[in-house]
Ligand binder design. Structure first.
Ligand SMILES: C[S@@+](CC[C@H](N)C(=O)[O-])C[C@H]1O[C@@H](n2cnc3c(N)ncnc32)[C@H](O)[C@@H]1O
Length: 249
């Protein structure tokens, strides 16, 4: 079993993702522009003209970005490898609130209730468990595909990216966000897209994305997307993902 198989199935991770995706500003302490990352990922679909037919949120976790996409697209499909995360996403879709314990300091925690955002359209949303490395043939095609903080959790991101073009309609948009946190637990070193020297030169993930995607996509935009992960009431981990947007030729 790789780390990905079990890592995203624990109650602790599911609670952390529920907080990350459905938490309110009051649950985090950090720069305002780093809040609501999953919603901002869904809103990447609004930055450039694109048909609002079908959207795919690959590596959707508990569905915060899928909810946002469902507000704008006729149909949104959220896919994640983790059964536990998909079950939690479906419970939120059904309108259940989630009660999670969040850390205050030391052993102290407090219980908070998280709710599905009002903008979400649950009848336009479908979740399924699946593997980004081996997607089912009957998914159909999409106008917008989001891969939010997924690529550096895959065993072979280049292979996944090579296969994604066939899922995207001509003029459709692929949005990738990633902090490029390459770890051998998830991605064997020889499959990293960047963060190493090759023949004496540094290889950066952004350049590799350009090389992999340019035959099938035109690059539209690259932007920084900060986000916060709460550890306890006075400690929030601040990261900056890079978002890159690509239009299918
Ligand atoms: C770092 S989390 C990002 C989750 C969410 N997109 C976000 O931005 O908060 C990576 C997600 O990818 C999922 N994942 C990892 N490997 C996957 C695979 N092969 N296929 C589909 N999902 C996968 C994990 O279960 C987890 O939900």
């Amino acid at each position: 079993m790789t780390r990905t198989d079990s890592y995203y199935e624990t109650d602790k991770i599911i609670s952390e993702y529920l907080l990350f995706h459905y938490g309110e500003a009051e649950h985090f302490r950090g720069p305002p522009e780093s809040l609501s990352f999953p919603q901002r990922c869904g809103q990447l679909a609004l930055r450039h003209p694109v048909s609002k037919g079908r959207a795919l949120d690959l590596g959707c976790a508990v569905g915060g970005s899928s909810c946002e996409l469902s507000a704008h697209f006729e149909e949104t499909i959220g896919i994640d490898f983790s059964h536990g995360l998909i079950e939690a996403a479906k419970r939120m879709q059904e309108g259940e609130s989630a009660d999670v314990e969040i850390a205050l300091e030391g052993d102290l925690t407090t219980s908070i209730s998280l709710h599905r955002p009002n903008a979400a359209r649950p009848t336009h949303l479908r979740y399924q468990q699946g593997d980004a490395m081996n997607l089912s043939n009957d998914l159909g095609t999409f106008d917008f595909v989001l891969m939010a903080n997924l690529i550096d959790r895959l065993p072979d991101p280049a292979r996944c990216l090579h296969s994604i073009a066939s899922l995207i309609n001509s003029d459709g948009i692929l949005a990738i966000t990633s902090p490029y946190t390459w770890l051998e637990e998830f991605t064997p070193r020889d499959k990293w897209l960047g963060g190493f020297q090759k023949e004496g030169s540094p290889v950066r993930s952004y350049q590799s994305l350009q090389k992999i995607l340019q035959p099938e996509f035109e690059e539209i935009e690259a932007l920084d997307m900060p986000f916060l992960i709460r550890e306890h009431s006075r400690k929030n981990q601040y990261s900056i993902a890079q978002a890159t947007l690509w239009r299918r030729r």
